[in-house]
Design a protein around this ligand. Structure first.
Ligand SMILES: Cc1cc2nc3c(=O)[nH]c(=O)nc-3n(C[C@H](O)[C@H](O)[C@H](O)COP(=O)(O)O)c2cc1C
Length: 460
């Protein structure tokens, strides 16, 4: 029997401690057991396609994301419009920036990834006619070449010749993860990072689909996920999550509900000039050491609105505010779409006790604007879903974490997802429910100093 990709011990080995991180990480050498020089060593290797399989170049991604309208013109609408599919894939999973700094990580996707390993893959699944979730055709997005590669389905099949398919029919974007890419450096810690990153990608697809006016419904259901991935998932690639996509709902109809458990169906928060914001998002320099400048109050308003319409409501957000205009420093909790104060006062002592890596403070908390901690109800989820709770909760919190990064970018700020924190200390100091709530993400926000590197936008 295939072992579950998220054994229950992962909570203690990779969330509550960092025991599974190999000592070699500090030197950047391969983790013990990882095959040096294997194809997985290169994080931008071409995704596998069918041998000699067909590739579909995508249209150039538009410089602006605008909602598509059904039947707006004589041309193709919604997903059948090549520009819409290209925009959806590029702004959620595409290569956005090229970093020319010597010795740096050269290629950056739209979603953050620990040491730019990019284990997540995004595939467009066209279900077989007649209902159900089994794939008739599968197209793998190749961010490096901005193409789709046919993974399953014979050329000549109706479903396999036209990637987006006919307007109006449901399509799925499926997230899988190649743990080996990240395990090359991180060893047994990789499943944790891969689960976090899959969640962030889910949040990215959800946001970009909404910006394009597409109907989108992310799902957590494991049975549907396995059915969608059945028969084509390459060896060593793990099914992580999916979103159902459709064309824009008729004008005036209510927005779609998100995953079950979402409190209300509301139009997702979308930044003005979303494309420019998504192109500008970045995690900052190697060491997170921002300028000590106050963030605008609008940062908190946007964070509140964005988190209130996250794809899943299965998380809470605690914000430790150091320097935000018009806002007393202190501890706040996201409630509804606003911030409820918990405690006033300088949060730096708390931040420096929570945010530690092997006994050292992880980043310069003394100059951040604020730090978001995303917590989940682990106890309840474990009782409900057992080992799969790990995947589900990381998807929910990860989607929210990406929104935090995008909100920061919308205000010209940098957001850094940083796993250097002590989960037990975070629980205690943030006042989380004992044996129930767990922090899965620490995201620091600040004003990046001018970097020594050069990053250019990638243009297709
Ligand atoms: C799940 C996750 C965990 C991360 N953990 C750390 C960390 O512990 N320390 C750190 O310095 N950066 C961490 N990062 C930041 C990444 O290294 C950064 O996102 C990557 O360099 C890509 O940069 P970009 O977002 O500017 O494209 C993490 C990122 C992700 C997505």
């Amino acid at each position: 029997m295939t072992p579950h990709p998220f054994p229950l011990t992962l909570w203690s080995e990779a969330v509550y401690s960092r025991r599974s991180i190999p000592a070699t990480l500090a030197t950047g050498a391969s983790a013990p057991g990882a095959a040096p020089g294997a194809a997985e060593a290169d994080p931008v290797v071409l995704p596998a396609g069918l041998p000699g399989g067909r590739r579909f170049p995508l249209a150039a991604p538009p410089l602006r994301l605008r909602p598509v309208r059904r039947g707006r013109s004589a041309g193709p609408a919604g997903l059948a419009d090549p520009a819409v599919l290209a925009a959806l894939l590029h702004y959620s999973c595409g290569l956005i920036q090229h970093d020319l700094t010597p010795g740096g990580w050269p290629l950056h996707r739209a979603v953050a990834s620990a040491r730019c390993r990019y284990p997540s893959e995004l595939s467009l699944v066209v279900p077989a006619p007649g209902g159900g979730h089994r794939a008739a055709a599968v197209y793998r997005f190749d961010p490096l070449h901005h193409q789709l590669a046919l993974l399953q389905g014979a050329v000549g099949d109706e479903a396999a010749t036209d990637p987006p398919g006919g307007a109006g029919s449901a399509r799925f974007l499926v997230i899988t993860s190649r743990f080996a890419r990240t395990a090359q450096l991180y060893g047994d810690y990789a499943p944790r990072l891969c689960a976090q990153e899959a969640g962030m990608l889910l949040g990215a697809v959800h946001l970009v689909a909404a910006a394009l006016g597409l109907r989108t419904r992310p799902g957590l259901d494991r049975e549907i996920l396995l059915a969608l991935c059945d028969g084509w998932t390459p060896a060593g690639e793990h099914p992580m999550g999916y979103l159902e996509l459709g064309d824009a709902p008729p004008t005036g109809s209510a927005p779609q509900a998100a995953v079950p458990g979402a409190p209300e169906a509301r139009r997702p928060w979308i930044p003005p000039d979303a494309a420019a914001v998504l192109r500008a998002r970045h995690s900052g320099a190697a060491i997170f050491d921002p300028e000590p400048v106050a963030a605008p109050r609008a940062l908190l308003d946007d964070l509140g609105a964005a988190l209130a319409t996250a794809p899943s409501a299965d998380f809470s957000c605690h914000l430790l505010v150091r320097q935000v205009a018009g806002t007393p420093a202190g501890h706040y909790v996201h409630t509804g779409d606003h911030w409820r104060p918990v405690r006033d006062g300088d949060p730096v002592p708390l931040l420096e006790r929570i945010g530690q890596t092997e006994g050292r403070v992880s980043l310069n908390f003394r100059t951040v604007a604020c730090v978001a901690y995303l917590a989940v109800r682990r106890g309840t989820a474990l009782a409900r879903s057992g080992a799969d709770a790990f995947r589900q909760l990381h998807l929910s919190a990860g989607a929210a974490a990406h929104l935090v990064c995008v909100v920061a970018a919308r205000h010209g700020l940098t957001a850094r997802v940083h796993n250097g924190y002590d989960a037990a200390t975070a629980e205690r100091l943030l006042g989380l429910t004992v044996d129930e709530e767990t922090v899965l993400f620490q995201v620091a926000i600040g004003a990046a100093k001018p970097a020594a590197g050069f990053r250019l936008p990638v243009v297709f």
